[in-house]
Design a protein around this ligand. Structure first.
Ligand SMILES: Nc1ncnc2c1ncn2[C@@H]1O[C@H](COP(=O)(O)OP(=O)(O)O)[C@@H](O)[C@H]1O
Ligand SMILES: [Mg+2]
Length: 225
């Protein structure tokens, strides 16, 4: 399995009450899995544990056969090869779309960086917006730039945390179909969390339901397309 999450337990502030209880999940390479659960069920926490922003009290996570965290291992966030898109896009307001995307490409030479920025802008159909600042773009356009920024360093795993919740309903429907096409085009393994069944159905290959920090009765829905 490309992603292997095994027996993960976690509580905030070393509290006695765990929020994540023996969470297990396996994901194949190239699969888009949606974690569906109501607000407060622990979805964002799972993404934070995956990306290394939180450390589990128990359990382990491996990506592509490499152990990221266990009782004896901790790979820091910047070494995990994970791209993230958040609910609020989190673009830097004082940087243009192009500069926002380029920001994450530190390891490359200037010429390669510029080429990669053009490439991902084209992927999300936003080439003509390179010089725009976030406040000069619509919510949907900002969201596409946030996606381009996450994809630019060629991560092996893409995490999306309720990426549509700030968009109006009509745009939401348009963007999620678009997003699925873009993700499938790159072939990148993705985990997409949401509280919205329709979003899950539109975007995911497989839906995993989460309830109070556990995958509820391990039931998954395999979508046929
Ligand atoms: N930084 C934090 N400190 C303490 N408790 C938190 C923190 N972040 C989230 N929680 C709690 O953890 C639980 C799961 O939160 P979260 O993972 O954000 O859920 P979801 O993303 O599914 O809405 C909630 O009960 C929330 O109140
Ligand atoms: Mg959340």
């Amino acid at each position: 399995m490309f992603i292997n999450i095994k027996d993960l337990c976690f509580g905030y502030n070393r509290s006695k009450n765990d929020i994540i209880h023996h969470f297990d999940l396996e994901i194949k390479q190239g699969e888009i899995v949606s974690i569906l659960g109501e607000s407060g069920s622990g979805k964002t926490t799972i993404l934070r544990l995956l990306s290394g922003l939180e450390i589990p009290s128990h359990g382990n996570i491996s990506i592509n056969e490499t152990l990221m965290v266990s009782d004896h291992t901790f790979v820091p966030p910047e070494k995990r090869g994970i791209g993230m898109v958040f609910q609020d896009y989190a673009l830097f307001p004082h940087m243009t779309a192009g500069e926002n995307i380029e920001f994450g490409l530190k390891g490359l030479r200037r010429k390669e960086r510029k080429a990669r920025v053009e490439e991902v802008l084209e992927l999300v159909n936003m080439s003509e917006f390179k010089k725009r600042y976030p406040h000069e773009m619509s919510g949907g356009q900002q969201q596409r730039i946030a996606l381009a920024r996450a994809l630019a360093p060629k991560p092996s795993l893409l995490l999306l945390d309720e990426p549509f919740s700030n968009l109006d309903a009509e745009l939401q429907v348009k963007i999620r179909d678009e997003l699925r096409d873009i993700i499938k085009q790159t072939g990148i393994t993705s985990i997409f969390v949401t509280h919205d069944v329709a979003d899950s159905r539109a975007l995911a290959d497989r839906i995993v339901t989460m309830h109070n920090g556990i995958v509820s009765d391990q039931k998954t829905v395999q979508l046929t397309r």
